[in-house]
Design a protein around this ligand. Structure first.
Ligand code: ADP
Length: 414
């Protein structure tokens, strides 16, 4: 089956066209036929497209809305000179959507119908910045491909629905959970789930045998404690703001700071919230950039004190979560790094894992150094108690596979 994977944001759209089926899933031989992204939808949009593994081409196009954008990518794919192996829109057999918030209702990927659309709409309250755009993506795909083409929602929150109450209820008056469903949801679930699945595939360990900690370190960052293939705790919370230090998000902080800064700076609650989401983290600490690669360059080229501080706090916070999750899991077999930083930066992995010998975490510097640019592998020292891995995440692949499974009536795997 050829599956269009869509991730629709406020003014952007990312897509892949992936050919997959049971055999491809079992043998890891799915084909990526096309990929690309469109930014600045609503005006003169910037379009980046590539067929298969070809070099991407960039162009601009006047695209008013998501439907225009979906129409554009399909027209490109079926156009003769794209190099993509389809000749008509009818060759697209299903659509898989990344949907950010599935609340407590969606515990796994789900075929989209009227009821599911309404449920995603009801959840807009919890994800006002994301779910409306995901819904527009669903409507656009139906408008362009026809309502007979099955669509599947793959939720960022679903993997974490296995959290026990002790991990998801906040210690505030319980009625706020009952009344408003204020609780930990966690995000990046598709990434943590993919990485966990791939770890088991690479090692041949059975699900029951393993407790692992996955660290998704990208612009957004989160940690997840996984026991027997199930998420049992995760660092993002009611929103993606909680937990690790991120590119522009603060992660954990004393909630009393919100009121205090509001009064001191004359900011509303909403303004403090925006500051914590958009001007904090690596950006706020360094005053230079939210981008880890640039910060590392700044640190080594100019010995910049605040860049170093930002990186040190980022690594220290990640290390604290590793410690906490080893306690939550009562031990750990492996720690797995993913996301742009986790996959590409041996030095950040080394700084996070530093001084944890007592816990059995020991790096092999040579093995660590070569794991970048999409490489997958293990970098703990011979004889170390805890395995250390880098596994590039692939959320689109998991969305395509889940879509295939849901459409074909098979249970999504862990
Ligand atoms: P997103 O969360 O938006 O998908 P990514 O997973 O692509 O983002 O991660 C982006 C982050 O990864 C940026 O901070 C970027 O600097 C960092 N990154 C990418 N390559 C490297 C590298 N070689 N060394 C350090 N950081 C890197």
């Amino acid at each position: 089956m050829k599956i269009l994977v869509l991730n629709v944001g406020s003014s952007s759209l990312k897509f892949q066209l992936i050919a997959t089926d049971k055999n491809a899933i079992d043998t890891n031989s799915d084909h990526r036929l096309a990929r690309g992204q469109i930014e600045r939808i609503g005006g003169e949009a910037i379009v980046t497209l590539s067929a298969g593994n070809a070099e991407p081409t960039r162009t601009t196009a006047s695209l008013r809305n998501n439907a225009d954008a979906v129409e554009y990518i399909i027209a490109w794919m079926i156009g003769g000179d794209s190099g993509v192996d389809i000749t008509s829109a009818a060759d697209i057999n299903a659509v898989g959507h990344r949907v950010v918030h599935g609340g407590e209702r969606f515990k796994q990927s789900t075929r989209i119908d009227g009821n599911v659309r309404r449920a995603i709409e009801d959840l807009i309250e919890l994800a006002p910045l994301h779910n409306p755009h995901n819904l527009r993506g669903i409507a656009a795909a139906a408008a362009v491909l026809g309502t007979h083409v099955p669509q599947v929602a793959v939720f960022d929150t679903a993997f974490h629905q296995s959290l026990p109450e002790t991990a998801y209820v906040y210690a505030i008056p319980y009625q706020f959970y009952r009344r408003y469903k204020v609780r930990r949801y966690g995000f990046h679930g598709t990434s943590h789930r993919y990485v966990s699945y791939r770890y088991h595939q690479l090692t041949g360990r059975t699900l029951e045998q393993t407790r692992i900690i996955t660290l998704h370190l990208g612009n957004g960052a989160s940690a997840c404690a996984i026991s027997a293939g199930h998420s049992v705790d995760t660092s993002m919370g009611f929103t993606p703001l909680e937990g690790l230090v991120m590119g522009t998000r603060s992660g954990d902080l004393d909630p009393a700071i919100v009121e205090y800064l509001g009064v001191k700076e004359g900011m509303s609650g909403g303004e403090v919230d925006a500051m914590l989401n958009k001007q904090s983290g690596l950006l706020g600490l360094s005053g230079v950039t939210a981008d880890m690669r640039e910060l590392l360059a700044e640190e080594s080229a100019n010995n910049d004190r605040r860049s170093r501080l930002a990186i040190d706090i980022f690594c220290y916070r990640a290390r604290k979560y590793i410690g906490a999750y080893i306690a939550a899991l009562n031990g750990v077999e492996a720690i797995v790094f993913a996301g742009g930083i986790g996959e590409n930066s041996p030095s950040i992995r080394e700084r996070i894992c530093r001084n944890m010998d007592w816990l059995g975490i020991q790096i092999d510097a040579d093995r660590n150094a070569i794991l970048k640019d999409g490489a997958e592998g293990r970098f703990d020292r011979d004889g170390a108690r805890v395995e250390l891995w880098t596994i590039p995440t692939d959320e689109e692949l998991l969305i395509a596979r889940d879509t295939w499974r849901v459409v074909n009536g098979e249970e999504p795997h862990l």
